[in-house]
Design a protein around this ligand. Structure first.
Ligand code: SF4
Length: 399
């Protein structure tokens, strides 16, 4: 286990607020040069919330999802960390201690998953009825055929699909309907946690909106918690209560979603926010994040984002940044309306480390909305020379 992103858990074990906590989780894909896809990630999911996980392709978010559901298969291997599930009623469960039948029973009944591609996840050669049957036969063997069919119909109806389609096949359904079936299957055993891995990525925006509304309605109705994974940060800002932004296998910023939207503290988060248009704000050039993520088979020295960062300075080349409160958090802690929400905000960037940069971050990354600007204007503001610190930095070192 590496020492990156290490830190004490924010909520003590057994808190009724937390349903899942993963600490210092690392996952590798075996090979001549192992790919360290998830690197010392600590996250917690609170009861009833939507926790968004964002990042580019290859940042480790899907691998993290498979680790959290204990669905990793070789060559993927969890190399360190712990995962604890806190059921609503009953003692905490050490998820890594679960094996064999215990693990099989735990998966899907406590934590279920909606996979990235419904067409690939659904069996193309068996009917929907048969696939629902498989779930109930494995996890609810006491249910007879009539009860299984009734429950499957009820689930389809719950996600807005005519129960008469129970005898149909996946290829007979539209993309949106297939995704609804996947959600119905994930909810079949009334899990406390549903992990959704890019559940709307392949859908057009109208169907995407319908599915998101459906998820929100079901969550309010059934009370489950959601880990929602996508590369689309704008979507996550809309649907999630809190966000974790991943880069190169690590969580580099985590915060309540409204804080990320108003004033991101990490240069990568700012870059992601500048990558999509604001339909309400003024027209502006979309910047994107130039460059590519690092090769995760190599040891990464210093900050993994350094080669792509507009703000890098001397310390970034050698010292790995760890999650810490952004510079503005102290003032936000007492700000009206935010209360304890601001205490959830952490960022892994030396700009926010007074020991590395006493002057603090430049205005664009100060963690505070600029005076007189809306959140959209703040995130869309172009980086100015004054914002950048690399060229003018007094601490030395290349960028
Ligand atoms: Fe990394 Fe330095 Fe850029 Fe912060 S300023 S993201 S530590 S390279």
């Amino acid at each position: 286990m590496s020492e990156m992103n290490a830190g004490p858990p924010a909520v003590r074990a057994g808190s009724p607020d937390v349903v899942l906590r993963a600490e210092h989780l690392s996952v590798e894909y075996a090979g001549r040069r192992p790919t360290r896809a998830v690197r010392d990630v600590t996250i917690e999911l609170r009861r009833g919330e939507v926790l968004g996980i964002a990042g580019e392709s290859g940042c480790g978010k899907s691998t993290l999802a498979y680790a959290l559901t204990r669905m990793l298969k070789p060559p993927a291997l969890q190399t360190s960390g712990s995962m604890t599930f806190f059921p609503a009623d009953g003692p905490a469960v050490d998820m890594l201690a679960l094996q064999g039948e215990d693990l099989r029973q735990f998966r899907w009944s406590k934590i279920a998953m909606v996979f990235q591609s419904a067409m690939n996840a659904l069996n193309p050669v068996t009917s929907l009825a048969r696939q629902f049957d498989d779930i109930f036969e494995a996890h609810r063997p006491q249910m007879d055929r009539g009860a299984r069919q009734a429950r499957a119909r009820e689930l389809l109806d719950m996600v807005g699909i005519d129960p008469a389609r129970i005898g149909g096949f996946a290829h007979e359904l539209s993309g949106g309907m297939r995704q609804r079936v996947m959600i119905a299957m994930a909810l079949a055993l009334e899990p406390e946690i549903v992990v959704m891995d890019e559940p709307t990525t392949a859908l057009d925006v109208v169907v995407q909106r319908e599915i998101l509304d459906e998820i929100e309605r079901l969550r309010e109705e059934l009370g489950f918690s959601v880990i929602f994974i996508t590369h689309d940060l704008s979507l996550l800002l809309e649907v999630s209560d809190r966000l974790a932004v991943m880069y190169a296998g690590e969580v580099i910023e985590r915060a309540p979603s409204e804080l990320v939207a108003a004033a991101p503290a990490h240069p990568y988060t700012l870059g992601l926010l500048r990558s999509f248009p604001d339909i309400r704000g003024a027209r502006r050039e979309l910047r994107g994040v130039p460059g590519s993520p690092p090769d995760l088979r190599t040891d990464i020295r210093g900050c993994p984002f350094r080669p792509r960062c507009d703000y890098g300075f001397g310390a970034c080349a050698d010292i790995h940044p760890v999650l810490r409160p952004p510079a503005a958090r102290a003032s936000l802690d007492s700000a009206a309306g935010l209360g304890s929400r601001a205490a959830d905000w952490e960022v892994a960037c030396h700009l926010h480390d007074p020991g590395q940069r006493p002057a603090g971050p430049p205005p664009a990354l100060s963690g505070m909305p600029r005076a007189g600007t809306t959140s959209a204007e703040t995130t869309s503001a172009e980086t100015t020379d004054a914002d950048r610190v690399g060229a003018a930095d007094t601490t030395g070192g290349d960028t």
